[in-house]
Each structure stands twice: as structure tokens, then as C-alpha cells.
Design a protein. Sequence first.
Length: 138
Amino acid sequence: MGLFLNGMQACIFCRVIEGAVPSYKVWEGESFYAFLDINPVNPGHVLLIPKKHVDFVFDLDDDSYQGLFNAAKRLGPLLKKAMNSKRVGMAIEGFGVPHVHVHLVPVNHRNELNPLRARGASQEELKRVAALLQKTFA
Ligand SMILES: [Zn+2]
């Protein structure tokens, strides 16, 4: 499916989808998967990814591209409500992991999407938020 290195998936997000690397999954569809960023810029910071390994978002085929944004459209308002934020910001950069990922972030002020704000979250926080969002997105 993705890139292989010595028979192992080289891509960390492909390994997350396979379950080889644990994640705080919050939602899964047929072609897309959503989990918590463990270094959130705000609580409830979700990463939404296609199950198919593609590096650049604009290299997705049309169906995958539309499906990705349809999934973001479904999850975004639910995330806003669950986290009681003013808005949900959406960002795609892709410097960290070369596998398309949409950041969905509950935000209350300008510039909160700034990746330099990322901080490690406690296991308790991640567990609590994941449980809330699993219920919300179900
Ligand atoms: Zn991948």
C-alpha cells in the first residue's frame, strides 16, 4: 500500500492505519481515518488522513480529495460542538510526515493553528478527549 523499507511500512501514518503503531483513533470511515495529534496546538486537535498513502494533498485523485474534505466537513462541526470552541481551523502543510493529513483544530483566537504552539499532551488528556470524540463522531 505505502512505502516499504526492509518489508516494513516506512510511513508512520500507514503504520497507524495498520494498527502497527498505536493511536488515539476518534473516527474511521471506509477510506479515511482520524486520530488525535499527540502534540496538539489545542485540546481536540485531530489529524484526518486518507488510508491510501499519498504525500501531497493535490496528488490525491478527485474522489479521494473530495472524500477527504467531505469527511472534514462532517467531523468539523461535531468537533466544534464537542470542544465548545468558537471555530474549527483546518490546515494542511505536511512537513512532519509525508502522508496527507488535515489538521482539524478547535480554535478560539487568531493564529492558534500555528504549529509552533504544539505541546505534548498528557495520556489522561488524550484518553479523555479521544473518548469524547469517539462518542461524538460515532
Ligand atoms: Zn503513509
